[in-house]
Design a protein around this ligand. Structure first.
Ligand SMILES: Cc1cc2nc3c(=O)[nH]c(=O)nc-3n(C[C@H](O)[C@H](O)[C@H](O)COP(=O)(O)OP(=O)(O)OC[C@H]3O[C@@H](n4cnc5c(N)ncnc54)[C@H](O)[C@@H]3O)c2cc1C
Length: 411
C-alpha cells in the first residue's frame, strides 16, 4: 500500500485523508493541535463545495447542521441599521448565504467521514523532510523518523511544510493590511440579541466590530482593524488583548463589551488577512493543498470551497496509489495544480476596493458603502450585481461539473 503523510487535520487535510483512505492508500495525518482545531465563523457551501460534500456522502449531515441566518446588516454606533443584505439578495449570491455552517462543525463532520483506518497523531508536527530515492524521510517533533511515499502540506496559511521545503513565509505572503480577531461569546442575560443577523459596525480609521449567529446560546464575534505592523506573538495573549483594547477604545456599539470578553474565549485567535502565492505547489514528492498553497484570504469567501475542491482533485489524480513512481507522482501533482491554479487565482482577485469596502477609513466612506448596498438591491441594479458576485467564483464552472465522482464509503 502506498503511504501518504498529510500534515494538518483541517478542512483540506481531513477531506483528502478520507478520500485517499477510501481509494486504498495507507493514510497518516499529523495535527499540531492537541485535538481537532475548533473555532472559526460560518463558512458557506458555494463555489462547487456543495457538490464535493455530496459526492463524499456528507451533504445531508452538513445541511442538518446549518446556522439559521437572516442576512448581513450594517449598523451605526447606536445599533441602528444603515443597510441590510438579506440571504435572499441576488438570488442567494450575496455576502451571506442561506447555507452556512460553522467551520467547527464542518471540520468535525469531515473528520468523522474518515474511517478508523486513518492513523491520526495529534500534538505532532514535522521537523524535517528529506528526499530519498523512493520517498520522503520525515522527522517528527516527537523524534520519530519514518518514510512515506508522498507528503502533503495541508497545514494552513502559516504552513510548516511550505517553510521547510519552499522557504520562509515572507516570500509568499501578500498582506492585505487588515488584522482580524475572532472568537465565540456565550450569551449572558446582558448580551444584546442579534436576532439571526450578522451585524457589522464600521468606525472611522478602518475599524470593524461584528457579531453573528453561532450555536444556540452563542455569538461569533470579530474585531478588524487596518495595520501593516507585525502582530504580537500568537503565544502572548496578554499583548494581543492589550492591542485590541488600545485599538477599539471609544469605537461605540458593542466594541467595549466584546473586547472585554475576549479573555474568556477558548477559541480566541488574532491574525492578519493575507494571500499566499507559491509559484509551484509541488516539489518532488511533497505537495501543498489549501491555504498553505493558495490562501485567498477570508475576504474572498472561498477558502473552504477551494480546500474541498482541491482535496477532491488531488485525491482523484493520486488514484489508488498502485503506482507511486516519481514519474506518476509528478504527473498527478502537475495535473492537480493545472486544475486548481486558475481557480485559486480567480479567488485571489478580490472585488475591486474589497478592503476599503470591508473597513472604510472615514465616516463618509462608511455611509457611502451603506448607500451602495441599499441601491445595489434595487431591481434595476440586481442583474449587474449578480454578475459581479457570481464572478467571485461562487458559481461552479459548468464544464467541470461531475468531472470527479468518488464513491462514498462511510465509516
Ligand atoms: C481555527 C480556525 C478558524 C478559522 N476560521 C475561519 C473563519 O472564521 N473564516 C474563514 O474564512 N476562514 C477561517 N479559517 C480558515 C479556513 O479554515 C481555511 O481558509 C480553509 O478552510 C482552507 O482550509 P485548509 O485545510 O487549507 O486550512 P485550515 O482549515 O486552516 O487547516 C489547517 C490545519 O493545519 C493545522 N496545522 C497548522 N500548522 C501545523 C503544523 N505545523 N503541523 C501540523 N498541523 C498544523 C491547523 O491546526 C489546522 O488544523 C480558520 C482556520 C482555523 C484553523
Amino acid at each position: 500500500m502506498a503511504h501518504v503523510l498529510i500534515v494538518g487535520a483541517g478542512i483540506g487535510g481531513d477531506t483528502l485523508a478520507a478520500l485517499l483512505d477510501r481509494q486504498g492508500w495507507q493514510v497518516t495525518v499529523v495535527e499540531i493541535a492537541p485535538g481537532l482545531r475548533e473555532g472559526g465563523q460560518t463558512v458557506d457551501l458555494r463555489g462547487g463545495s456543495r457538490e464535493v460534500l455530496a459526492r463524499m456522502g456528507v451533504l445531508e449531515i452538513v445541511l442538518d447542521n446549518l446556522v439559521a441566518q437572516r442576512g448581513l446588516a450594517w449598523i451605526d454606533k447606536t445599533g441602528k441599521h444603515l443597510a441590510a443584505m438579506p440571504v435572499e439578495a441576488f438570488d442567494g449570491q450575496g455576502f451571506v448565504s442561506k447555507e452556512e455552517i460553522l467551520r467547527t462543525d464542518l471540520a468535525r463532520i469531515l473528520h468523522e467521514a474518515g474511517s478508523s483506518r486513518i492513523d491520526y497523531r495529534f500534538d505532532e508536527t514535522v521537523e524535517a523532510l528529506d528526499d530519498h530515492p523512493n520517498g520522503v524521510r520525515v522527522r517528527f517533533r516527537s523524534g520519530i523518523v519514518e518514510d512515506f511515499d508522498i507528503v502533503i502540506g495541508a497545514d494552513g496559511v502559516h504552513s510548516r511544510v511550505r517553510s521547510l521545503r519552499w522557504g520562509p513565509e515572507e516570500q509568499f505572503r501578500k498582506a492585505l493590511g487588515i488584522a482580524h480577531a475572532w472568537y465565540t461569546l456565550d450569551e449572558r442575560a446582558d448580551t444584546p440579541p442579534i436576532d439571526g443577523w450578522f451585524l457589522m459596525h464600521n468606525a472611522p480609521g478602518g475599524l470593524m466590530v461584528e457579531a453573528r449567529p453561532g450555536h444556540e446560546g452563542t455569538q461569533e464575534v470579530g474585531l478588524s482593524f487596518r495595520t501593516t505592523d507585525p502582530l504580537p506573538s500568537r503565544h502572548d495573549r496578554a499583548a494581543q488583548l492589550a492591542l485590541l483594547e488600545q485599538t477599539f477604545t471609544g469605537v461605540g456599539w458593542r466594541a467595549a463589551e466584546i473586547v472585554s470578553r475576549a479573555c474568556e474565549a477558548q477559541d480566541f485567535a488574532l491574525d492578519t488577512f493575507d494571500q499566499i502565492a507559491v509559484p509551484r505547489w509541488h516539489d518532488g514528492r511533497v505537495a501543498l493543498l489549501g491555504d498553505s498553497a493558495w490562501c485567498a484570504s477570508p475576504l474572498s469567501g472561498l477558502g473552504t470551497a477551494l480546500a474541498l475542491i482541491g482535496a477532491e482533485a488531488l485525491a482523484h489524480e493520486l488514484a489508488s496509489g498502485a503506482d507511486v513512481s516519481s514519474f506518476v507522482t509528478e504527473r498527478a501533482f502537475s495535473t492537480y495544480e493545472g486544475y486548481m491554479r486558475p481557480r485559486a487565482l480567480a479567488a485571489q482577485k478580490l472585488l475591486p476596493g474589497r478592503v476599503g469596502m470591508f473597513t472604510p477609513m472615514t465616516s463618509i466612506g462608511i455611509r457611502a458603502w451603506a448607500a451602495v448596498w441599499k441601491v445595489a438591491q434595487w431591481r434595476a441594479a440586481v442583474p449587474i450585481l449578480k454578475l459581479v458576485m457570481a464572478d467571485r467564483g461562487h458559481a461552479a464552472p459548468k464544464k467541470d461539473q461531475g468531472r470527479i465522482a468518488i464513491q462514498p464509503s462511510p465509516r
